[in-house]
Design a protein around this ligand. Sequence first.
Ligand code: NAD
Length: 335
Amino acid sequence: MTKKIVLAYANPDEIGPELEILGSGDFNVVATKGGLVTGSQLTDPDIWPLVQDASALLTGLHIVSAEMMDQMPNLELVTRVGTGYDAIDFAAAEERGIWVTNVPDYSIDEVSAHAIALSLALVRHLFEHRQTGQEGTWRYMGHTPIKRLANLTYGVVGLGRIGKASARKAAGLGMSVIAYDPYIPPGDFEAVGAAPVDFDTLMSTADIVSLHVPLNPETRGMIDARALSLMKPTAFLVNTARGPVVDVPALVAAVRAEQLAGAGIDVLPVEPCPIDDPVLHEPRIIVTPHLAASSVEAVHDVRVRGAEEAFRVLTGNAPKYPVNAPAGPRNGAKA
Ligand code: NAD
């Protein structure tokens, strides 16, 4: 029987990379993104009929709930074509025998580079100095002191794949590196030259606090008013992980109160961010629109690896990047 694969992140006229992988199988490949306007859901009436009979659902950031899975009788696999899978109820999928997979390794270089780019822009006051130059002030402005990188401490919260890469890059630029991650062995800190510290020590001593934790019940709201109050008034917060890790109104208030010097943010709790949100208009906060993972190479790689995962599972093989472990996968896919 021909199996349906729904690509919920792609337009129908741009699925060349996926078809290179899936074209040799007995699959009906359907791309829905053209019908998904900003903020819409897979369950919207014009999209849901396309999605409901899928055997594999490949998604971007859309919610995939237990209720949806209960109405998808053929579903064997949900693949997050990206890294963070917090929008997919992977535990409910496991109970229902459905694999959930992601692509954990396509943008380690890109996201860590973006964390460093935001850090350097903040430390060097890049945007402020661009503006003063445009206004005709052609000299170093002492009221925004620039510190030597070798005198700065880069603090990584969550020393996983991307956290380690950003630690290496920060060390390569001459910064001292400290890290907080209660779930990894001591050797992981040593491997990247990061000194292990507890959370409060990191928040109170780092010149740059760079967040690289997954979003889960423990990390949601981890950077709240209390955590921000620990930061040095000269320090910066960088978030390329997930928006809800930071209490954004508390961040804006803390920056305005000069509890910290500024922030670089790629991810926000609501995306796209409403254009009247104060976080977009605070001069000491740089916001980029969730593009840290982006590069020509990464966008190609993630699509190919997502499609490969669908091919594997729908032809009865185990996935390469499982994030759950269903005991009895539907329709015979092997564990
Ligand atoms: P990873 O799973 O490899 O690493 C996460 C690390 O965080 C692990 O070492 C884990 O032990 C640690 N951790 C978990 N809970 C923690 C806690 N409470 N306190 C401290 N450490 C904790 O993940 P990754 O691939 O490095 O991704 C990191 C983050 O980057 C994720 O949030 C992911 O969604 C995000 N991301 C963002 C983009 C983007 O475009 N902005 C792209 C890819 C990934």
